[in-house]
Design a protein around this ligand. Structure first.
Ligand code: SAM
Ligand code: SF4
Ligand code: FES
Length: 356
């Protein structure tokens, strides 16, 4: 590690912010030694805020039907080989009931942009789950909707919303999406979600096609400024039936490096060790924890549909029952010194340690 990189890590650890040129320099200074130092500093501050606790979110993949055509995603509308399904509301509610028994206190309802899920239908599902489990949080991850729609779902009881910004660079966004999708609308959605009152999650893929270190720097500056409650990053993983089928997957090491930077930037942020990280590296999620993550999102979807929710190739956990994934992840977290807890897992305040 060169001297400048060490100084930048010191500054980030102390001030929890850097300028754009500094972030770029920090990314350029990545080597084994700087990676290890960043992870150590990120773990220290993570322990200060969240101790050894790991929050779990039960992920229910409610529909593989999508009207959009994001170039990178296996669920894109023009992928004719994708088997489509939509879970009935009763099935979704049963998944949540089963999850509750397993100790989940947050449910994430995620899906493609499926027009069947109107505000009325989705709102009714949110209301039913909340009524059955008032001590739980509900997170939605159903893509871009109108402000009125976000408001209606919030009024129905949804607490949080995940919508990755995908890339904070307008030009890069246009390389990953068709013309019908706009960077401006994505940013409008994130602003609306915040103003409506949700805890908001953004995020991006690491190593998405055409991505440069400058793009990643723009992502970091955006996240520093927006300070989302949650931030999900995972490596890009190619899907065989997309135009990016032959692009290389993202780097696990770079993902971990960025994860540590995010933890140091916003010590209170809820940061998952993602399934994509676990797909590219058998110990990816454990490494994610050691780099500063504090959330995991095991799958609660019925086993019969899991393989059909194929965003990318070789996605893990498609054959296991909910209880198996939950048990497996608990063991994995214990193996690196962390403990899965029964908790809604809301954001906690960061109180810097004082030196006297
Ligand atoms: N449709 C909603 C949306 O786009 O926000 C929610 C579901 S979408 C499948 C969730 C996330 O999966 C996206 O935000 C994207 O970052 C990620 N994703 C899609 N294709 C991927 C790929 N090939 N590799 C890694 N992540 C991918
Ligand atoms: Fe649809 Fe989301 Fe996939 Fe885009 S990333 S095609 S919106 S499911
Ligand atoms: Fe799903 Fe290990 S987390 S099988």
């Amino acid at each position: 590690m060169d001297r400048m990189t060490k100084e930048l890590i010191d500054e980030l650890s102390l001030k929890h912010a850097l300028s754009k040129p500094q972030y770029l320099r920090l990314l350029e200074g990545r080597d084994d030694e700087s990676q290890a130092l960043l992870a150590e500093r990120a773990s220290e501050v993570r322990r200060l805020v969240y101790g050894d606790e790991v929050f779990v979110r039960g992920l229910i993949e409610i529909s593989s039907i999508c009207k959009n055509d994001c170039y990178y995603c296996g669920l894109r509308a023009s992928n004719a080989s994708c088997e489509r399904y939509r879970l009935d509301p009763e099935v979704i509610e049963r998944c949540a009931d089963e999850g509750y028994e397993l100790g989940f206190r947050t449910f994430v309802l995620q899906g493609g942009e499926d027009l069947w899920f109107t505000d009325e239908r989705l709102g009714e599902i949110v209301r039913s789950i909340k009524q059955a489990h008032p001590d739980c949080a509900i997170t939605l991850s159903m893509g871009e909707r109108t402000r009125e729609s976000y408001q209606a779902l919030f009024d129905a009881g949804a607490d949080r919303y995940l919508l990755r910004h995908e890339t904070a660079d307008r030009g890069h966004y246009a390389m990953l999406h068709p013309e019908a999708m706009s960077w401006d609308n994505r940013m409008r959605c994130l602003r609306d979600l915040r103003e409506v009152g949700y805890a908001v999650g953004c995020g991006f893929m690491v190593g998405s096609p055409y991505q440069t270190l400058e793009h990643l720097t723009t992502d970091l500056a955006f996240i520093q400024d927006f300070h989302p409650e949650m931030c999900g990053i995972g490596p890009f993983v190619p899907h065989h039936a997309t135009q990016f089928a032959h692009e290389p997957g993202g780097s696990v090491e770079l993902t971990l490096y960025l994860l540590s930077i995010l933890r140091l930037m916003h010590p209170d942020m809820l940061i998952p060790a993602t399934t994509a990280l676990g797909t590219l590296d058998p110990r990816g999620r454990e490494k994610g924890m050691l780099a500063g993550a504090n959330v995991v999102m095991p799958n609660l979807s019925p086993v019969g549909v899991r393989k059909k929710y194929e965003l990318y190739d070789n996605k893990i956990c498609t054959g296991e029952e909910a209880a198996e994934c939950r048990g497996c992840l608990s063991m994995r977290m214990l193996s690196v010194g962390y403990r899965v807890v029964v908790d809604r897992g809301d954001r906690r305040p960061y109180v810097p340690a004082t030196t006297s």
